[in-house]
Design a protein around this ligand. Structure first.
Ligand SMILES: Cc1cc2nc3c(=O)[nH]c(=O)nc-3n(C[C@H](O)[C@H](O)[C@H](O)COP(=O)(O)OP(=O)(O)OC[C@H]3O[C@@H](n4cnc5c(N)ncnc54)[C@H](O)[C@@H]3O)c2cc1C
Ligand code: FES
Length: 313
């Protein structure tokens, strides 16, 4: 997990792009430079008590600001709070971090976005336009709800295809996957059914898994949570985690201090080393290789795959 810088940024502008989606522009209050970032990066923004990840929509080169576009979801949630911030508000921002960077060895990128999943795809498309890298973009959105559609048109031109329903999306995905030059990588961000459509269609069409890149805004449903027990190797203590609690909750209740921020598997702050046992990963941070090693876990969401784990605490 990447260590991310944290700083306070100021809201320089905020406006609705389409109903329900608001762009928030963040700048350094003292005018200092912001870090460059890889296309597809996100920041973790803290609004009130809630910390959530938001993709940066720029190309990442010498950014003068960080722009995020937020879909309003649950009332009282972090996205709702970001829909209420006004110019001048200070927000704690951690990152940028990236789990969805373009593979620079790719011959071409096929970018697939649905709904608010457009945000990291726009970042990719903008960076590709700057560097002259070939892309093809597929954007599925409901009429009148296509956030950033003009920006994507500007970045991708003729290479953008817009669709407005599931049937058209399915046909467009199959068509696009079927006629890419060898060496193309596909990148998808959107709701789980769209991710699933692209991943399964790519697999069926013979695309190697290493050329299929996914950005999830929410963890795939990992099924019911089961109770488990954790041995703390350094102190010799044991902590029981019932089905309705998290390891982070139980560690804190037992007086064990574990750093944390988002509490939903997004920021990586609560990572603990695992000495033995298999982990049921439910985070959005670790890479596939890190997951497969079963030697680390995010205590705020992940659980034991069997009855017991031993962690390095
Ligand atoms: C890498 C990544 C990139 C993303 N990029 C984007 C993007 O570009 N645009 C976008 O719109 N979304 C993006 N998301 C999704 C985003 O991070 C949030 O998941 C989304 O905005 C959900 O917001 P919310 O308001 O429903 O959630 P939350 O803030 O989690 O709130 C959910 C509900 O739980 C309640 N709640 C949560 N925490 C607490 C608490 N501690 N105490 C009491 N109540 C609580 C809230 O009241 C609310 O009802 C991204 C996610 C990831 C992982
Ligand atoms: S606190 Fe953010 S991943 Fe656990």
């Amino acid at each position: 997990v990447r260590a991310a810088a944290r700083r306070t940024l100021r809201v320089a502008a905020a406006h609705d792009l389409v109903p329900g989606v608001r762009e928030v522009v963040l700048v350094a209050p003292d005018g200092t430079r912001l870090s460059e970032y890889a296309p597809g990066s996100h920041v973790v923004v803290t609004a009130g008590p809630l910390s959530n990840a938001y993709s940066l929509t720029g190309d990442g080169l010498a950014p003068r600001d960080y722009r995020i576009s937020v879909l309003r979801r649950a009332p009282g949630g972090g996205s709702d709070l970001l829909h209420r911030v006004t110019v001048g508000t200070s927000l704690d921002v951690e990152g940028p971090a990236c789990g969805f960077a373009p593979d620079l060895a790719a011959r071409k990128a096929l970018l697939v976005a649905a709904g608010i999943g457009v945000t990291p795809v726009l970042s990719h498309a903008r960076a590709a336009a700057v560097w002259g890298r070939p892309v093809e973009v597929l954007y599925a959105y409901r009429h009148g709800r296509g956030a950033h559609v003009d920006d994507l048109r500007a970045a991708a031109g003729e290479a953008l295809r817009e669709v407005h329903d599931r049937v058209a999306l399915r046909a467009a995905v199959h068509d696009a996957l079927g006629r890419q030059p060898w060496g193309t990588h596909v990148y998808v961000c959107g709701p789980e059914p769209v991710i699933d459509l692209v991943v399964t269609s790519a697999r069926a069409a013979g695309w190697p898994a290493a050329r299929v890149h996914v950005e999830r805004f929410e963890p795939a449903d990992a099924g019911p949570r089961r109770p488990f027990t954790v041995r703390l190797a350094r102190s010799g203590r044991t902590v029981h985690v019932p089905a309705d609690a998290t390891l982070l909750d139980r560690l804190r209740a037992a007086g064990v201090d574990v750093p944390h921020l988002c509490t939903h598997g997004v920021c990586g702050r609560c990572q603990v080393r695992v000495r033995s046992g298999r982990v049921e990963h439910r985070d959005l941070v670790l890479t596939d290789d890190e997951r497969a090693a079963h030697d680390t876990m995010l205590a705020c969401v992940s659980r034991a795959a069997a009855d017991e784990l031993e962690v390095d605490l």
